[in-house]
Design a binder for this molecule. Structure first.
Ligand SMILES: *Cc1c(COP(=O)(O)O)cnc(C)c1O
Length: 403
């Protein structure tokens, strides 16, 4: 990959393609095959133990899947990548594949729900000890790290309040304590942030979101800074059966090639909506790291090249106004997931964060009136017209007093 162009936006378009002899296909071909035929039995044996020596069976490796793995590894500046069947398969590959009983993990408190569930399961059944930290206080991390701490687990941008983690500060502390740092970079993508440059050892993605970008696949990718970690994870991937299906990998590559133009538009649209929402009388607060008032604006300026396509806002009218808005939007679609070309709105307190108590929600800053938007690539005026119409009728009235 040495001849790859320097700019990540160019790299997303020029995905490495498998060799086809004298000519090269312009797009990555879909190798929809489970197994590969060999004339030489030695070559087959070799391919089964050395994934870089050829393809034997698609759970071990596949040329289409490899193209995606190499593309994302290249974008993240990693030694190697592994494509998985979902983002959760990527999370589980890393956590189950690297942690053992007695290990201690320090994790950010506001992680993706499925990740928290896996950590709790590891703690409950395998004696992995987990300490949760806020992710914004270096001293809290220093206090949580112990001699047996094996891993620090972070997210670049967290859901739904778009908090941004100070990756260089956090990863530096973990490194000096001998722990590896794992970063879920789903919300940022390698175009906004490359955590390995900030000291991460492993970076993972739900490719279902921005990398795929069209809400048509479920997939994940794990990349490692070192060949040693990459090979360890590859062996676990083979045994766990976490490998991505070639067709999903092929669609993800197709999505990846337009990531830079989609994301640029999504960031620009989000800026526009954040500013207009902030001025609307029905809205009390807007959360987007591009706004100077966001608590992590300074960190975001340092580690992100743009502020992302996710924002949250609180409505003055409380829970009723939030539900009203979701019922009234027409162009903006009410649904979970994120990162696709279409704008989605959701109510975290009743969906992604429904298992949390009121106190836990409050600690994360999630209110009963909080709406999260994943902003798509539509014309911003159309998005605003739809939101403004829903907001105007959702009303600026105050919530009914509690008796
Ligand atoms: C969606 C998501 C996941 C899980 O990915 P799936 O593809 O749904 O399995 C993990 N982390 C983050 C930050 C996510 O948004």
């Amino acid at each position: 990959m040495d001849s790859s162009p320097a700019h990540p936006t160019t790299r997303t378009v020029h995905v490495p393609r498998p060799d086809a002899g004298d000519s090269t296909p312009l797009s990555v071909p879909l190798y929809q095959t489970s197994s590969f035929a060999f004339d030489d039995p030695d070559a087959l044996r070799e391919a089964l133990v050395r994934p870089d020596r050829g393809f034997a069976y698609s759970r071990f490796g596949n040329p289409t899947t490899r193209a995606l793995e190499d593309a994302v590894a290249g974008l993240e500046g990693a030694a190697g990548g592994l494509a998985t069947g979902s983002g959760m398969a990527a999370v589980n590959l890393v956590l189950l594949g690297l942690l053992g009983s007695g290990d201690h993990v320090v994790a950010q408190r506001r992680l993706y729900g499925g990740t928290t569930t896996t950590l709790q399961d590891l703690a409950g059944r395998f004696g992995v000890e987990v300490s949760y930290i806020d992710g914004h206080d270096e001293n809290e991390l220093r206090g949580a790290i112990r001699p047996d701490t094996a891993m620090l687990y972070l997210e670049t941008i967290s859901n739904p309040m778009a908090r941004v983690t100070d990756l260089p500060a956090m990863a530096g502390i973990a490194r000096s304590a001998g722990a590896i740092t794992v970063v879920d970079n789903t919300f940022a993508t390698p175009l906004l942030c490359r955590p390995i440059e900030h000291g991460a050892d492993i970076v993972l993605h739900s490719a279902t979101k921005y990398l795929g970008g069209h809400s048509d696949i479920v997939g994940g990718v794990v990349v490692s800074a070192s060949t040693e970690l990459h090979q360890r994870l590859w062996r676990r991937l083979v045994d766990f059966g976490s490998q991505a299906d070639p067709f999903a990998a092929w669609l993800t590559i197709r999505g990846l090639q337009t990531l830079s133009v989609r994301l640029e538009k999504q960031c620009a649209n989000t800026r526009e909506l954040a500013q207009r929402l902030a001025e609307h009388p029905a809205v009390s607060t807007v959360y987007w790291p591009g706004l100077v008032k966001h608590p992590d604006h300074e960190v975001a300026r340092r580690i992100l090249s743009d502020y992302g396509g996710l924002l949250a806002f609180d409505l003055i009218g409380g829970h009723a106004a939030a539900y009203d808005l979701l019922r009234k939007v027409r162009l903006v679609t009410s649904g979970v997931s994120l990162g696709g070309v279409e704008t989605l709105a959701m109510h975290p307190a009743s969906t992604s964060h429904r298992d949390m108590t009121d106190d836990e929600l409050r600690a994360m800053g999630i209110g009963q009136s909080t709406i999260r938007l994943s902003v798509g690539i539509e014309h911003p005026d159309d998005l605003w017209a739809d939101l403004a119409a829903a907001l105007d009728s959702a009303g600026t009235r105050s919530p009914a007093p509690r008796s």
